[in-house]
Each structure stands twice: as C-alpha cells, then as structure tokens.
Write a protein that binds this ligand. Structure first.
Ligand code: AMP
Length: 286
C-alpha cells in the first residue's frame, strides 16, 4: 500500500510504500500525483520503502510507465530504505531518467530531506561573499509542535503539555500515532510471519487507532490542531513526520506501555538522539 506522509512544502510529495502494491494502490496514487503536478509544477518525491514486497502482476510497470511520460515533472527523487530494495530502486530509476535520483539508508532519512529541500546549496554558492557578523541569538517561538501519543495510561500528560506549549506559542499542533505492522511484533519469534497474512488485522488496528486519535482531537480544546495515524515504527515515524512538516518541537513521553525500565524508553531515547528540532520529554509517573 501507499501511505502519504503530509509535507509542509507544496513541491515535495512524500509517501511510504509497504507490502505488496496492488492495482487499487496505483489507481488511487497516480491521479493524486497528477493533480499535484498540475497544480504546483515539477515535484520532488520522498519515497520510503518499508517491508516492501513488490507489486501484483497487474499493478506494476504498465501503470508506472506513466512516470516516463512525466519525466520532466519530477525534480528530485529520494528513495529511503534498506539495501535489499536496491533492485526495485534501480528499476524505478530507469523510469524517471530525467529526474535526479538518490538512495538513502533508513538512518539517513534526514539527509534525504535536506537534499530534497536543497538545504545549504544556495549558501555554498554564496561562500565567496564576505561573511557578515553573526546576529545576536534569538529564541524563536515554536510554530509547529508534534505530540507523539501512544494511548498508554499516561499519554494524556504528554498531550496536556503539548497543548499548553501550543497555546503559549500559538503554534500549530499535530497529534500523531504510529502503528507497526504485525510482522515487527513477531520479529523476535523464531518464525517471521509476513504482514500480508495479517492485512485485515493490521487494518483493524490502524482503523481503531485512527478512531481513538480522532476522539482525542475532538475533545481537545485547541483550534490549530491536526491529527494523523501513520504506519511505521514509532521512532522513525515521529522523526519523519517532524521532518516532513518542518516541525520545530516534538513532545514525547519518557516511556510508554511497558513502564520504566530505564530512565527513558527506547522511543524517547531514539527521538532525542536523532531529532534535529527541540524535544520535550514529559517525565511520566511509573
Ligand atoms: P516507549 O519507548 O514505548 O517507552 O515510549 C516513549 C514515548 O514514545 C511514549 O510516551 C510516546 O510519547 C512515544 N510513543 C511510543 N510509541 C508510540 C506510538 N506507537 N505512536 C506515537 N508515539 C509513540
């Protein structure tokens, strides 16, 4: 399936490709891409591959050939995934011959965003100009806050702190929740069970998370609010969403469902270590 990752800029379209792609996936995806190109001109793509298993025979290349006719409509394409997807990446690159394509490993996702956004490129052109004195440091008010909610017993404290901060800065507030495919929950068992066998169960978990998050958003008294449930591991989903949205603050709980094993849970530790924006870790009771 394809899942769109909401992005701040209009000229970047980001999505995650998971499992086996079907004809229905393409039928939903390609018109969306066409509409965006029509509306905003050349696009850059951020494509994250997670547990990608190719495409159903009928779904594949016939539809993807669409890309060839739209070569000039793509500026840069960043593909983020593991090495084992390389075969797919090479095939994809063949379709978009005019576009500038680069591959990034999963832990290089932030570099992929920088490359798509051309961060530092115009600065390097200016490097020969004499340097101006640095302006005094100013603390900017936060504009977009992301709150990571896992629906655990104490996640309300994380939500309340995020609302408080959003109100204080009059910032946009995104409530997000990540749903992992069942495969990952079985990953440490002897037998790896492919997620395709669990599609319905997976979707039911996703739908119930969506309903739960919407309920939370509905009873939250703050207007500049959006909410999104995304597929993926909590750490990479939180980091990727924050990057895609140019968020400047992530609010996360110190631990989740499993209680305190160490000072901070693995998600909070991973996000604090890798985020490029500020992170508030709400210390939750045991
Ligand atoms: P943990 O690493 O499970 O101890 O979780 C620490 C914090 O990470 C939680 O308090 C949440 O703020 C966040 N978190 C964990 N799992 C998820 C998830 N599935 N979706 C969104 N946020 C999460």
């Amino acid at each position: 399936m394809f899942q769109e990752i909401p992005v701040n800029e209009k000229n970047i379209y980001a999505f995650k490709a998971t499992g086996k792609l079907t004809k229905k996936d393409y039928d939903e995806f390609l018109p969306r891409l066409q509409t965006l190109i029509h509306k905003y001109g050349a696009l850059s793509l951020f494509i994250e591959l997670e547990d990608f298993r190719g495409w159903e025979p009928k779904a594949g290349w016939e539809d993807m050939k669409w890309g060839m006719e739209h070569d000039e409509d793509f500026d840069r394409i960043a593909i983020v995934g593991e090495n084992r997807w390389m075969k797919f990446m090479v095939a994809l690159a063949d379709l978009f011959t005019e576009a500038d394509i680069r591959y990034f490993k999963r832990d290089e996702a932030q570099q992929a965003w920088d490359w798509l956004r051309k961060v530092g490129e115009s600065e390097s052109a200016k490097q020969t100009e004499p340097r101006e004195a640095l302006p005094p440091v100013q603390i900017q008010p936060y504009e977009h806050i992301v709150a990571a909610l896992d629906f655990s017993r104490h996640s309300d404290a994380t939500l309340q702190r995020a609302i408080e901060l959003a109100k204080h800065y009059n910032a946009k507030l995104s409530l997000i929740h990540a749903v992992e495919h069942i495969l990952f929950e079985y990953a440490d068992a002897d037998m790896i069970i492919p997620p395709a066998d669990f599609l319905e169960e997976d979707q039911a978990i996703f739908d119930s998370a969506k309903a739960q998050l919407e309920k939370i958003a509905h009873r939250t008294d703050y207007a500049r609010l959006q909410n999104k449930v995304l597929w993926g591991s909590p750490k990479s989903t939180i980091l990727n969403y924050a990057e895609a949205q140019n968020a400047d603050l992530i609010v996360i709980g110190s631990h989740g469902h499993k209680g305190i094993a160490r000072l901070m849970g693995s998600t909070a530790t991973g996000v604090v270590n890798s985020a490029r924006c500020d992170v508030v870790v709400v210390k939750l009771p045991e």
